[in-house]
Design a protein around this ligand. Structure first.
Ligand code: SG4
Ligand code: ZN
Length: 270
């Protein structure tokens, strides 16, 4: 069964290649960011500043797919352009999060070998060149993901709106419609400095279609907010709880860093 991948020992990242050959490619994500080896590329990147717009009304449905939480958007009025994306205009498809079982791990990308408590991903597709998300996902310049590292600190007000809805999607397959506006731009840090490189989706089928843009500055969420993420269940309501495996909790839903190979990591801003 193609859909049988997860983060467990049996079906986890080291096994994905057998069912999803793209996972063995040379342009995989995440990666470790060695800050000493990053190329500053101020001319090329800062000549076109990264710009985005996300109306709070674009966030439509919060979903528990069994391996994270995901906010599906209607894309309307959303916009990401500039920086490594140049003049192409990308639209926000969805945003979702990765986290650990404890506050010392959970991010997919690492910085000088250090993991963060979590990583938020805003997934966009190139509307200048492609007609649908599915079409864009197959193209080398089809997708752009904005990544934000989460560290433990004070309660994040915008994240709190999501945390408060998560109990309504505690089980796999559950969906809740968004009534109160949730503004993804409020989930971004207050400094635009970023690292960028060419990579892939971090889950099967691991398409090599993503321009990654990772903010250098973290956002803070509280330990309690992360615990609410950890309360999501990877089985459906009514299904038996696989109690031997952390009570079926969605935790450690991150892929470990993949080789950078001969790819270049560039930076823009501090
Ligand atoms: C998460 O599992 C999302 O729920 C997926 O969204 C997403 O796949 C996947 O992560 C990979 O995205 O930014 N981590 S990532 O590289 O966006 C896609 C859905 O399955 C295709 C819709
Ligand atoms: Zn992700």
């Amino acid at each position: 069964d193609k859909s049988e991948w997860d983060y467990s020992v049996q079906n986890g990242p080291s096994t994905w290649v057998s069912k999803f050959p793209m996972a063995a490619g040379s342009r995989q994500s995440p990666v470790n960011i060695e800050t000493d080896r990053v190329e500053s590329d101020h001319e090329a990147l800062s000549s076109k500043p990264l710009r985005w717009k996300y109306p709070a009304t674009a966030s439509r449905k919060l979903v528990n797919p069994g391996y994270c939480w995901r906010m599906d958007t209607n894309g309307e009025g959303t916009f990401l352009s500039g920086g490594p994306l140049m003049d192409d205009v990308y639209k926000l498809e969805q945003y979702h999060c990765h986290w650990g079982c404890s506050d010392s791990r959970g991010s997919e990308h690492t910085v000088n070998g250090q993991a963060f408590a979590g990583e938020l991903h805003l997934v966009h597709w190139n509307t200048s060149k492609y007609n649908t998300f599915a079409e864009a996902a197959k193209a080398s310049d089809g997708l752009a993901v904005l990544g934000v590292f989460l560290k433990v600190g004070k309660t994040h007000d915008e994240m709190e709106k999501i945390a408060r809805l998560l109990p309504y999607v505690s089980h796999k397959g559950e969906v809740v419609e968004i009534a109160e506006p949730i503004d993804p731009s409020k989930l971004l840090p207050d400094d635009n400095g970023y690292w960028t490189y060419l990579g892939s989706l971090t889950t099967p089928p691991c398409n090599e279609s993503v321009t990654w843009i990772l903010f250098k500055k973290c956002i803070e969420v509280s330990h309690h907010q992360l615990n609410i993420f950890r309360n999501l269940r990877k089985f459906s309501r009514g299904e038996e709880c696989p109690c031997h495996e952390n009570h079926g909790a969605v935790i450690n839903n991150f892929r470990p860093p993949m080789p950078l190979g001969n790819r270049v990591l560039r930076e823009c801003g501090s």
